[in-house]
Design a protein around this ligand. Structure first.
Ligand code: CMP
Length: 140
C-alpha cells in the first residue's frame, strides 16, 4: 500500500470544545502523521472557495457561516492509503450514521457541526492541501 497524503480540518465546533489534541490523537492512532498544521480563522472567501463544489446545495450558506464562526485547524496528513484511513477514522458525515469509535460518533454535534473534514479522493486531497499550504509548510 502506498504512502499518500490527505487533508483534514478540525472544525469550529471541535476547537470551541478544546478537542484539537483529542482528535489529533485519534488521527495519529489511526496511523496518520501530521506533516503540516495551522490554526486559522477562515475568511468567507476561503470557506466559499474551499466548498465551491457545494455551492448549489441548500446547506451552502449555513456551512460557510459555520466554518467562519471560529478557529479551525487545517492539517496535511500522511500515511498508507491516507484518504481511506482518514475517512474510516472520521466516520460518516452524519454522526447519527457514524460507527462507534470514530471521531464523528465520539465528538460531532450534528451533520453540520461534525467536528472534522477529510478529503474524499487523492485528487481532491492534493487540491485541498494546495489550497491552504505552501510546499515549504509541509514537512514529512
Ligand atoms: P464536510 O466533509 O466538511 O463536507 C461538506 C460539509 O457540509 C459536510 O462535511 C457537513 O459538515 C456539511 N453539511 C451540512 N449539511 C449537510 C448535508 N445535508 N449533507 C452533507 N453535508 C452537509
Amino acid at each position: 500500500m502506498a504512502v499518500t497524503r490527505t487533508f483534514s480540518i478540525i472544525k469550529p465546533d471541535a476547537t470551541r470544545r478544546n478537542l484539537t489534541g483529542a482528535i489529533t490523537k485519534m488521527l495519529e492512532e489511526a496511523g496518520l502523521r501530521v506533516v503540516a498544521s495551522k490554526r486559522i480563522h477562515m475568511t468567507k472567501d476561503q470557506a466559499e472557495g474551499f466548498y465551491a463544489v457545494h455551492k448549489e446545495r441548500p446547506f451552502f450558506n449555513d456551512l460557510v457561516a459555520f466554518m467562519t464562526s471560529g478557529p479551525v485547524v487545517v492539517q496535511a496528513l500522511e500515511g498508507e492509503d491516507a484518504v481511506k484511513r482518514n475517512r474510516d477514522v472520521m466516520g460518516a458525515t452524519n454522526p447519527a450514521d457514524a460507527a462507534d469509535g470514530t471521531i464523528r460518533k465520539t465528538f460531532a454535534e450534528s451533520i453540520e457541526a461534525n467536528s472534522v473534514h477529510g478529503s474524499d479522493s487523492d485528487e481532491n486531497a492534493k487540491i485541498e492541501i494546495d489550497f491552504f499550504f505552501k510546499p515549504e509548510e509541509i514537512v514529512g
